[in-house]
Design a protein around this ligand. Structure first.
Ligand SMILES: Cc1cc2nc3c(=O)[nH]c(=O)nc-3n(C[C@H](O)[C@H](O)[C@H](O)COP(=O)(O)O)c2cc1C
Length: 348
């Protein structure tokens, strides 16, 4: 999969998620197998460039290439300026958000609301592509405004004419929000016409689903959002399955603990202790989903107010899980030994 001059190591991409795909999470996903990760959206309102949030979102220090930064807005000149600003701050790919249904974004006619105004889409894409002539520009859309207005094919043509170099599509309309199932027919129809790489997105949660979506749509790559929350190793699992048709074993509790601990230390480092501790809460909740007694642990953990308390709680919780896992392994071993002994007796 190639975007501009960047040859990705594979075709598995982390979807942009505001409040989630910060630098620590993007780096972790890349370490664990993702070929690219798109940043949280950065506002095109230059009045906010100085804010701590926007400065943080434009901080890519040490990030593995290519650094893809998503910008959001509705004004062509402001988006062009945002693209220049982010390229000056290390962005190597500029992604434009026309896929987000969030009210905060759509009310100002940005995100997926833009799909309704095709002329404006063209003006925005041209302005951004011209503003950063040496940087590939990509676009992220939904299939259309609502089920009666699925205009993804028209948007594809506008994007291609404007010089956009890849198109990511979430298989829902703006009106669908996150309800129902993502559909892949519209993505397949767009791919059949496309001259640029198409990235399929929506409800890809497992290696099998990844293989299915790639085959069904013919897309060049897939993009994964929610399923990677608390499961950054999903990318290596998918890559292995696509290459071999076989499943990697799920990570053991000890590995989950190591990955989570490294992740939260990175969050403290990136955001500072107080904000880092707050951001870490949701990640800790995601990683511990499905582990024994985790609901109780999550509830208690969300009340903690310091980094030390949070780390100790995580250490204690995983020590318990690993102790249980060892006891379970020991018990399983004893059962196996018992079975073998019985087998030996019956053979004699
Ligand atoms: C918490 C959250 C934040 C999101 N933020 C953005 C965003 O900033 N920009 C964007 O284009 N899409 C955003 N999305 C949409 C995702 O990129 C993706 O298109 C959507 O979640 C469907 O993919 P999935 O089923 O793999 O999660 C967000 C989704 C979630 C769940």
């Amino acid at each position: 999969m190639q975007i501009g001059s960047f040859l990705l190591k594979n075709n598995l991409i982390v979807a942009p998620m505001a409040g989630v795909t910060d630098r620590p999470f993007r780096q972790l996903c890349k370490q664990l197998g993702a070929g690219m990760a798109v940043s949280e959206m950065v506002t095109s309102n230059s009045l906010l460039y100085g804010s701590a949030k926007t400065r943080r979102r434009a901080d890519h220090e040490g990030e593995v290439d290519p650094v893809s930064v998503q910008i959001a807005g509705a004004d062509p000149a402001m988006l062009a300026e945002a693209a220049r600003y982010n390229v000056a701050n290390g962005a190597q790919i500029i992604d434009i958000n026309m896929g987000c249904p969030a009210k905060k974004i759509c009310n100002v006619m940005a995100g997926s609301a833009l799909l309704k105004d095709e002329r404006l889409v063209g003006r925005i894409l041209e302005a951004v592509v011209q503003a950063v002539p040496n940087t590939p520009v990509t676009l992220k859309i939904r299939t259309g405004w609502d089920k009666e207005h699925r205009n993804a094919l028209t948007i594809l043509n506008i994007a291609q004419e404007s010089g956009v170099q890849a198109l990511a599509m979430h298989g829902r309309t703006r009106a669908c929000g996150y309800t129902g199932e993502a559909e892949y027919d519209t993505i397949a129809a767009v791919k059949a016409e496309a001259k640029i790489p198409i990235i399929a997105n929506g409800d890809i949660v497992s290696p099998e689903k990844a293989a299915f979506v790639l085959a069904y749509t013919g897309a060049d790559a897939i993009m994964i959002g929610r399923a990677a929350q608390g499961r950054p190793w999903l990318f290596r699992e998918i890559q292995h399955y696509l290459q071999t048709g076989e499943h990697l074993p799920s990570p053991e509790v000890g590995e989950i603990y190591r990955v989570l601990r490294g992740h939260i230390l990175d969050l403290y480092d990136f955001y500072g202790d107080l904000t880092g501790m707050r951001v870490a809460r949701k990640h800790i909740s995601w990683y511990t989903r499905g582990l024994r007694d985790s609901a109780q642990f999550r509830h208690a953990m969300n009340q903690l107010q310091t980094v030390d308390e949070q780390l100790q709680a995580v250490d204690r919780f995983f020590a318990q899980c690993m102790d249980l896992a060892h006891r379970f392994d020991d018990a399983a071993l004893k059962i196996d030994e018992g079975r073998e002994a019985l087998q030996g007796e019956s053979d004699e």
